[in-house]
Design a protein around this ligand. Structure first.
Ligand SMILES: [Zn+2]
Length: 233
């Protein structure tokens, strides 16, 4: 009898193995990176793209724009509106240094962005190296991490000027404080320039000029959010 029970369990794999199999079927609990609520990783979309970092409620608070235009020469794709929710969420990342929040910004768009931009070289919007070292990370790089196979910090700022505090004429002079890293080679490559907030587009334009001058084959721009009245500023 004992022999029969033993052989029965050895055939079905033993209790321990069954327990493990059942645990795998249980929905995986994930915490939303923004509101810390539990989210279940069970629907098909989430299962396919696994590791959803944001709950549906928080995702719905972002105002999606997802449109592209070529008004500044290259194709610029904007994901969200720079509204109060975006402002406060970005503040948590940039000013409070909450790096855990970074993957939540692209969450639902990440798989399609990755499919589109994987063969591009990402150049993040320039920041002052001093700010990055104070914070311990570059927030733009963290937000867009993983959608391209390569990231190069080709452009840096030599001094810190807050774009929103400047007049339109002063903003146009942004090019004067940008420096290209001469060790970076982008000749013949597809370049994706990324930024968190687009205000007037002056910084983006100045950077695109440098990227084009250094021999990029194609250039696209992806910005997380755009100030609504940016064309009037
Ligand atoms: Zn949430």
């Amino acid at each position: 009898m004992l022999q029969q029970v033993k052989s029965f369990f050895s055939r079905i794999g033993g209790l321990r193995q069954w327990k493990m199999r059942l645990q795998k079927l249980r929905p995986k609990m994930v915490k939303c990176r923004i509101c810390f609520q539990d989210i279940f990783d069970i629907n098909m979309h989430q299962a396919l793209h696994s590791q959803m970092q944001i709950c549906q409620k928080c995702q719905n608070q972002f105002t999606t724009i997802f449109e592209s235009d070529r008004s500044i020469g290259s194709k610029v794709t904007v994901l969200y509106d720079y509204d109060e929710f975006m402002k406060t969420t970005l503040f948590k990342l940039k000013a409070c240094g909450d790096i855990e929040i970074a993957p939540a910004f692209l969450a639902y768009h990440r798989p399609s962005l990755k499919a589109h931009y994987w063969n591009y070289v990402m150049i993040p919007a320039p920041s002052h190296p001093h700010h990055d070292s104070n914070r311990g990370f570059n927030h733009v790089e963290e937000i867009f991490a993983g959608i391209t196979s390569q990231v190069v910090k080709a452009i840096r700022k030599t001094e810190e000027r807050k774009q929103s505090d400047l007049s339109a004429i002063e903003r146009q002079a942004i090019g004067e404080i940008l420096r290209w890293d001469e060790s970076v080679d982008i000749i013949g490559k597809n370049v994706l320039f990324v930024d968190d907030v687009m205000t007037t587009g002056a910084t983006i334009k100045a950077c695109l000029k440098m990227i084009s001058f250094h021999g990029a084959k194609t250039i696209e721009v992806l910005v997380l959010s755009r100030v609504q009245d940016y064309r009037q500023r």
